[in-house]
Design a protein around this ligand. Sequence first.
Ligand SMILES: *Cc1c(COP(=O)(O)O)cnc(C)c1O
Length: 252
Amino acid sequence: MNDEIAQRVWRVRERVERAARRAGRNPEDVRVVAVSKTQPVRAIEEVVAAGIVDIGENYVQEARSKAAQLSRPAVWHLVGALQRNKVKQALQLFTWIHTLDRPALAHELEKRAVAEGKQAVQVLVEVNLGGEASKAGVAEAALEELLRVASECTRLEVRGLMTIPPPSADPEESRPYFRRLRELRDRWQTLRLPRVSLEHLSMGMSDDFEVAVEEGATMVRIGRAIFGARLTRGTRAGNCEGAEGAPLVERR
Ligand SMILES: *Cc1c(COP(=O)(O)O)cnc(C)c1O
């Protein structure tokens, strides 16, 4: 074991802090969520030891098995797509669900929250701003309807919005998407729907988190800049994809 991870955590923190100050924001208003998909529990232990309590995972099963082995307390965030048949297990572990993207899922979360005795499930609505058909997230045009549906679910607290811009080599290309998410937040916050507070913006990953912080992110979801290159599943080397259960292979 060395302190490579601790150093990366420190550097990410410093970059978040500088970006926040550039934008006249308080760095403490930005949470770093360390996204640990494919990473071993040992690496998560180091991240938590370095002071990050927020851990993001893409798959319910993977997160459950890691949480069971982790020796330190963490706050778990689900940042990957949620299937209806995993909702019950997800509610048992995750404090934050970043990926509410359809009315049927809101209804399932509500139903399971009642069954599990959960009073308040904290969710973010994932918005697909790039219009990429392959990506998860509610289309901008359907956002209002989803917020209204979620607002009628008395066990759901809609705390904010989340987005993943189309991949690009230039972080500046993400800026219009981040800005748009903030504008949508500002707009729908004025509706004052019950249990829809929208104070959070979950946006920014390893390659563009500074731009996201400048545009108002309150949660940045960071994988590689903290853990280093990740193991990926099968041949699907995409950032945010992979079939659960497929074998892990080294990437690059
Ligand atoms: C993997 C993943 C991240 C982290 O990606 P990096 O580019 O490694 O920082 C963030 N958000 C989601 C939804 C992800 O799937």
